[in-house]
Design a binder for this molecule. Structure first.
Ligand code: A2H
Length: 253
């Protein structure tokens, strides 16, 4: 953990169908899950989005008549960063549990698939970021391990009411070449280290260290308009483009 604030990019994932409890948001404007990431340049490789089933979330009035879904804590922080209509007073439209979010189809910027689904990640901390996490199994060991849990364990899918078609068609998408690690570094490291599940936290911490550093210093994008460029040269450019396009906002804590 560093000293001083951490800056995240919040990726705005548009909810495509207001199902279940979210039907109550009909007519309130476009609804977005606000996923906190340190790696905005990896959005090309998203296969799904994560929420904590037991987590407490809520829908808030965002900027430009939009609706943001995130935790209370992150909404309050964001309002003090002048990225909510009223400073220090987020307007809550409804309370939500993570289970209300599971199975929602979302459209996410720079993502290969037109729709990806919200799936359960059990290791999400609600005191960090927004509690919503974007999943890039090619480059994030946590994401790879959690996706494999769902792919390989029908009982786990059943427990959370996750349909096969929300999970099984979504394969790892190679997006960054890291010399020595190949084009799906997180998958390689998880297989090499024989990581068995998302709960293998000790090994996952090591795996993350490995890929994260290497990916940033030596990684080369192999997809999108910056294919052939080094990650550390285009990360900020991609982040700023998404912000300018209204697809992302900054958030610090
Ligand atoms: B990263 P740090 Cl491709 N609980 O985004 C658990 N994990 C969370 C979280 C929460 N509340 N909020 C965000 N995160 C994840 C992409 C990514 C990330 C890649 C590679 C590495 C990576 C796609 N998932 O993070 O503790 C998010 O996953 C490696 C550190 O603030 C976010 O960035 O350092 C990262 O953890 C923030 O973790």
């Amino acid at each position: 953990e560093g000293v001083g604030p951490q800056e995240y990019t919040l990726i705005k994932m548009r909810v495509l169908e207001l199902k279940g409890k979210l039907a109550g948001l009909e007519g309130q404007g476009p609804v977005f899950l606000m996923a906190a990431t340190l790696r905005p340049e990896t959005m090309y490789g998203q296969t799904n989005c994560w929420a904590l089933p037991d987590g407490d979330y809520a829908a808030f009035r965002g900027l430009n008549g939009e609706v943001y879904i995130m935790t209370d804590r992150s909404a309050l922080n964001l309002s003090y960063q002048d990225r909510m209509p009223v400073t220090g007073k987020p307007e809550k439209l409804m309370d939500l549990k993570g289970t209300d979010l599971l199975g929602l189809p979302v459209k996410s910027p720079r993502t290969h698939h037109e729709r990806i689904y919200v799936l359960p990640l059990l290791t999400i901390l609600t005191n960090k970021g927004t509690g919503i996490v974007t999943s890039v199994p090619s480059d994030a060991p946590d994401d790879y391990a959690a996706l494999m849990d769902l792919v390989n364990k029908p009982k786990l899918r059943e427990k959370y009411g996750i349909l096969d078609e929300w999970v099984l068609p979504y394969k790892v998408i190679p997006i960054i070449d890291i010399p020595g690690f190949g084009t799906a570094a997180a998958e390689k490291v998880c297989l090499d280290m024989k990581i068995q599940s998302q709960n293998d936290t000790k090994k996952l911490a090591e795996a993350k260290q490995l890929v994260y550093l290497k990916g940033f210093t030596d990684g080369v994008l192999i997809v999108g308009e910056y294919a052939g460029k080094k990650v550390n040269e285009v990360k900020t450019v991609i982040k700023n483009e998404m912000i300018a396009a209204g697809d992302a906002i900054l958030y610090s804590e």
